[in-house]
Each structure stands twice: as structure tokens, then as C-alpha cells.
Design a protein around this ligand. Structure first.
Ligand code: ADP
Ligand code: MG
Length: 297
């Protein structure tokens, strides 16, 4: 990483420069080390002040570290950074208030341990928005875990078979934000609803959650193959919850809309959520006076 001696700055005391270089190695600051010579030359030529040079070295190093941290955290969270809020075309989905979604980006919902539900037909951007909010949370230094409902249930079932269910649930409770994607697409395996309930119960009021579903809440009994489990799930998942319903057409099919049958093309609507004001077992009032549950208009 050292520059050839001939291109090194000559004005400053070589002993000091050598010590700076050694210190940068000792401090594991590869980016600062890489740009040291060019920065010193900038000082010599009067293009950079000493203050600007210190600022540049530290900023470049921090940027490198931050990029690495985000990259690793996205892998751990199983998130794709390709989906961002900036990359979402709000004009394609007019039912979705742009400001309402952007208001989630500061992540107050994570601090308040809220649940965000994205409901809507396939292709309307539910997974995109859930992922994009996860990416925002990772960038802000929060721990996130993203998985489909089917993957979560099969991991819980495997853990149960191996006598590791408590540990697996504890692992899924550790992140500040848990994103459960694709509720309702695949039939839940027998006993899966029960396993998912144990997770939801363990995470109740602990950490934020984002859920996406193509099915209305009234259909959860069918989705989980058990109306008692579905009611118990909704009881916990609609408390301190924000429901965002997307009523639009599929972004995936936007170029082929004229080829689609009318029932697919038409603006499919999901059943309105059932009221969530069930009596709380623990009798805790909503935090910060936040409404228990605000369905999208
Ligand atoms: P859903 O989860 O609702 O089925 P996705 O979020 O997976 O839909 O969206 C399907 C594809 O279309 C993804 O590649 C997503 O990035 C893209 N997409 C959906 N809606 C939009 C939008 N409004 N702007 C930009 N891309 C979108
Ligand atoms: Mg999806």
C-alpha cells in the first residue's frame, strides 16, 4: 500500500511520516494509509490545509468501515440492499401515501416496538418496502432479520425436532426488527401456526416487526389452518400496529397489463382488518398514547 519512495512528499520530516504510517497500520486504518501520501502532497502544494487533511483521512477511513459494517449486517439480516425507498416508484402505486411510507424511514416504529403490516395483492411492492425499511434500519445500526413465513416455520420445526426450539426463538427475538415476508402465499405446514405463535408471543412488545401478506386478516384462519391460533396471532400482531394496505396492480406485470385477465388486472382489494381492540391480557395501555391500530384509509 506504500507509495514508491520517489512519489513520496519530501517537505515534511520523513521520521514523522514514517511514524504516522506505522501508527495507521497499528490502528488498522487501511484507507487512511492508502491516501496518506497524496494527502501530504496536497498540503505541500498548498491545496489542502492540515485541518482538511486530518478531516479527509478520518472521513475516508470511517466511510470504508461503515460500508463494510452495512455490507456484513445486510448479509446477516438476509436483506438485499438493491431494494431501497429511493428506488420505489410511488407514482405507480397511488393508493400508497408516499409521505406515509417515508415517515417510517426515521424508524420511530422500531423504537416503539410497533408492528407494520403491508397488505396487498402480489407484485404491489410489499416485500420491496419491507426490505427497504430493513435496509434503513441496518444503516442506522439496528439488527434486522428478514425471512419468509415458510422459512421461519420450517426453521422452527427443525429446531423443535432437534430440541432447540427455545434457542431458535431466542435467536429470532434478539434483533430489533424482525421481517416476516409472504404470509398467505404457501399453506402453513401442520403445527406451523402453533410454532409461529410461540415466536410471536415471545416477541410480543419486544422489538419491532414488519409483516407482509397477500391475504386479509379475516383469512388468517385459513392461512394457518386453525382459527384459534389465527385469532391469538392477530391479537398480538394488531396491538401497537400500523396497517398499510396497497390497492393497486402488480409492478411485475406492468408491461403486460393488456394481456392479463380482468380479474387479475383489476385493483384487487384485501378485506379490511378486523378490529384489534381486544382486551389485553396484561392490561398495558398503548405506549406514548399511540393508537393501538390504525388501518390505512
Ligand atoms: P410483493 O411482495 O407485493 O409481491 P414485490 O415487492 O416483490 O411485490 O415487487 C415485485 C417486483 O417489483 C420487485 O422487483 C420490486 O422491486 C418491484 N416493484 C414493485 N413495486 C414497485 C414500485 N412501486 N416501484 C419500483 N419497483 C417496484
Ligand atoms: Mg413479496
Amino acid at each position: 500500500m506504500n507509495a514508491p519512495a520517489s512519489t513520496r512528499p519530501t517537505g515534511a520530516a520523513p521520521a514523522i511520516i514514517d511514524r504516522i504510517r506505522r501508527n495507521l497500520v497499528g490502528l488498522k486504518m487501511p484507507r487512511a494509509l492508502e491516501i496518506l501520501d497524496v494527502t501530504l502532497r496536497g498540503i505541500e502544494r498548498g491545496e489542502t490545509t492540515a485541518l482538511e487533511a486530518i478531516d479527509l483521512l478520518l472521513t475516508e477511513e470511517l466511510t470504508l468501515r461503515e460500508n463494510r459494517r452495512v455490507k456484513m449486517a445486510l448479509i446477516m439480516a438476509r436483506l438485499s440492499a438493491v431494494k431501497t425507498l429511493a428506488g420505489f416508484d410511488f407514482s405507480f402505486q397511488p393508493s400508497l401515501g408516499r409521505n406515509r411510507i417515508l415517515a417510517l424511514a426515521p424508524l420511530d416504529f422500531v423504537d416503539r416496538n410497533e408492528v407494520i403490516h403491508f397488505l396487498g395483492p402480489p407484485g404491489t411492492g410489499k416485500s420491496h418496502l419491507a426490505t427497504a425499511l430493513g435496509v434503513e434500519a441496518v444503516k442506522a445500526g439496528r439488527s434486522v432479520y428478514f425471512a419468509s413465513l415458510a422459512d421461519i416455520i420450517s426453521a422452527l420445526a427443525k429446531a423443535e425436532r432437534e430440541g432447540q426450539l427455545r434457542e431458535r426463538i431466542r435467536f429470532l427475538c434478539r434483533t430489533s426488527l424482525l421481517i416476516v415476508d409472504e404470509i398467505g402465499y404457501l399453506p402453513v405446514i401442520p403445527g406451523g401456526g402453533n410454532l409461529f405463535f410461540q415466536l410471536v408471543n415471545a416477541r410480543y412488545e419486544r422489538g419491532a416487526r414488519i409483516l407482509t401478506s397477500n391475504r386479509g386478516f379475516a383469512e388468517w384462519g385459513e392461512v394457518f389452518g386453525d382459527s384459534v391460533v389465527a385469532t391469538a396471532l392477530l391479537d398480538r400482531l394488531l396491538h401497537h400496529a400500523v396497517v398499510i394496505q396497497i390497492e393497486g396492480s402488480s409492478y411485475r406485470l406492468r408491461q403486460h397489463a393488456d394481456l392479463m385477465p380482468e380479474h387479475v388486472r383489476s385493483k384487487a382489494t384485501i378485506n379490511a382488518p378486523i378490529p384489534a381492540h381486544s382486551p389485553r391480557r396484561r392490561g398495558r395501555p398503548p405506549k406514548n398514547g399511540a393508537p393501538d391500530h390504525h388501518p390505512a384509509g
